[in-house]
Design a protein around this ligand. Sequence first.
Ligand code: 1VU
Ligand code: MG
Length: 309
Amino acid sequence: MTAAPLARLHRSELAVPAIRPELFPKAAAGLADAVFLDLEDSVPEAEKDRARANAVAALAGIDWGRKILAVRVNGQDTPHFYKDVIALLEAAGDRLDVIMIPKVGDPREVFAADLLFSQIEASAGRARRVGLGLVIETAKGLANVEAIATASPRNESLHLGVADLAASLGMRTTAIGGLNPDYASPAGLLDPWHFAVSRVITAGRAAGLRPIDGPYGDFRDAEGLEAAARRGRALGAEGKMVIHPNQVATLNTAFQPDEKEVVQARRVLAAMEAARLEGRAAVALDGKLLDIASIRQAEAMVAKAERAA
Ligand code: 1VU
Ligand code: MG
C-alpha cells in the first residue's frame, strides 16, 4: 500500500524572489495554494544573505493564511545551503511548512539534509517537523527520482524544474516549459516534457508525495499556460509552479475537477452502488464499462473537488 499524499490543495505554487520583499504581501493576499520564497536562482550571489534575512522575517511577520508556505534554499553544492537551513529552522518560527531543495541528484543528499534538519530541530526545540519539497531538475535527479522520493519520511512533494532540466539534458531550448516547434511528428507538435513529467508523477505517487509540474515562463501566454496545465493534469500532476500572479487563477481552475466531471463521478458511484446491491462488479453506463477501478477513479475526483471547495 502506498501512503496517500498529505491532503493539501497544491494546484498553484507561486515563486517569489526573496530579494523582493515588496512582493511578499501580494503573494500572501493572492490565491495561490502554495507560495515559495526563493533564495536560489532568482537571487544574485551578492544578495544571498539579504534574501535569507528577508525570508526569515517574512515567515513570522506576514499572515500567510492557509497556504502551503515554503522556502526554496540554495543547493547542497553551494556554500549557502547550511546557512539557509540553520537560519530558517533556528529563527523562523513554526509557520514554515516545507523547505524546498533544488537540484537534488541523489538520495544521499536527502538523507544528509534530513540529518541536519533533525539536529537543528532538536537543538532549537521546534514543535513541528518541517517537510521536504524536492526539485527534480537534473539528469541525475531524474535518473534517481524513485530513490530520492523515498529517501526521507519528511518528503512531501516532488517538483519538476523545467529550465534547469532542459540545460542538464542538453535540450535545445531556452524557453521555460511549453512546446518546441522542433519536436513534432507529421501529425503535429509533441510534448517534450512528457517523459520527465510522467517520471516525476510516477515516483511521487508511488512514494505518496504530491507531484508538481514545472513552470511556464511565458506569463503573457494564458492559452499556452492552460494547455500546459491540461497536459500535466491529464497525466496526474497535482498542480504546477507559477512565476507570475496572473497565472494562478488558470491553474486553480485547471487543477480542480469541473462541475461536469464531478457530476459524472457521482453518477459512476451511484451506478456502482446499484451494481453492488445486485451482486455485480462490472456494469455498463452510457455504453461504457464501469468496474471497481471506476469507484477509485470517481472517489479520487470527488475528494479533490471537495478539498477545493
Ligand atoms: O500590480 P503591482 O505593481 O502591485 O504588482 C506587480 C508585481 O509586483 C506583482 N508580481 C508578483 N507578486 C508576487 N509574486 C510574484 N512572483 C510576482 N511577480 C509579479 O504582480 C504585478 C504585475 O507584475 P509585472 O507584470 O509588472 O511583473 P514584473 O515585471 O514586476 O516581474 C516579472 C517577473 C517574471 C520578473 C516576476 O514575476 C518574478 O520575479 N517572478 C518569479 C521569478 C522566480 O521566482 N524565479 C525562480 C523560480 S522559477 C524557476 O526556478 C524555474 C525557472
Ligand atoms: Mg532550477
